[in-house]
Design a binder for this molecule. Structure first.
Ligand SMILES: Nc1ncnc2c1ncn2[C@@H]1O[C@H](COP(=O)(O)OP(=O)(O)OP(=O)(O)O)[C@@H](O)[C@H]1O
Ligand SMILES: [Mg+2]
Length: 256
């Protein structure tokens, strides 16, 4: 007999009174100040706000990369605080794809090596039910992100924008349930930026991902379903995004 329960958490990301205080010597910086946020599965949320308003700190908290000073982060019904370090790491690797503001590519590996190692580390390839990296999907990602001819290069041999797009391919290769992207278009020209936004949007729609994107760019934010405005560590305003149809068609968009 199949028991149908309504126990599925409605929110894939939930924070309650989330606060992060950095202590730098005698000075304390309240980077995130009592943020309560609920994100439903499949949502595309943009976070905008001035430099220093706490966006990246919120990103680190949501990804379990730093501990909250106060408050809770609950991912898919699981409270980060209730997890041991290795359990939190496992949840992160299995469920979340990160695009960091500073890319964080491994300098000694090629672009391809960076993508492959992310897949290996995610654990998807290991064990009896392991699935090897989907080379066709990598092909699709690198085509969409226009990095196909750059995969054998190391990060130092790539432009900032190329590194950024490699970092995006690395985040998406595992088809994570949650994508956290910190300024994914920060270093890109309009054309590349549009391609990246299309990629994120398409990935969100086709894979039912939940996407949280930090951005300075109002045009980028507009593709989201919901836009959260941060200031001084708080979410001070929330607005609906405009229609994704407003986005210019990507030049390299593959047929659906
Ligand atoms: N490790 C740290 N130690 C002390 N203070 C920090 C640390 N990291 C960030 N801060 C401070 O916390 C505040 C929020 O920083 P955060 O990086 O979250 O801002 P941001 O909104 O991402 O800014 P930007 O748009 O410039 O990336 C800033 O005042 C910053 O100086
Ligand atoms: Mg930042």
């Amino acid at each position: 007999m199949t028991v149908v329960t309504s126990e599925q958490p409605r929110h894939i990301i939930l924070t309650e009174n989330l606060t992060k205080i950095y202590a730098a010597g005698r000075i304390q910086v309240v980077a995130v100040r009592g943020v309560s946020l609920a994100v439903e599965p499949g949502e595309f949320v943009a976070i905008v706000g001035p430099s220093g308003s706490g966006k990246s700190t919120l990103f680190y908290l949501l990804g379990g990369l730093t501990r909250a000073t106060e408050g809770r982060v609950v991912i898919d019904g699981v409270d980060f605080a209730a997890l041991k370090d290795h359990e939190r790491t496992k949840l992160r690797k299995h469920r979340i794809g990160f695009v960091f503001q500073k890319f964080n590519l491994l300098p000694t590996l090629s672009a391809m090596g960076n993508i492959e190692i992310a897949y290996t580390v995610s654990g998807r390839a290991s064990g009896p039910n392991g699935v090897p990296m989907d080379r066709q999907y990598l092909d699709h990602l690198s085509e969409m992100l226009a990095i196909k001819g750059r995969l054998e290069h190391r990060p130092a041999e790539l432009s900032g924008g190329e590194q950024q797009r490699v970092a995006i391919a690395r985040a998406l290769i595992t088809r994570p349930a949650i994508v956290l992207a910190d300024e994914p278009t920060g270093n890109l020209d309009t054309k590349s930026s549009d391609a990246v936004l299309h990629m994120l949007l398409r990935s969100n729609r086709e894979l039912g991902q939940t996407t949280l994107m930090i951005t300075h760019n109002p045009e980028a934010a507009a593709i989201a379903g919901r836009i959260l405005h941060m200031r001084d560590g708080q979410i001070v305003h929330e607005a609906a995004g405009s229609s994704p149809a407003a986005l210019r068609p990507a030049v390299s968009a593959a047929p659906s």
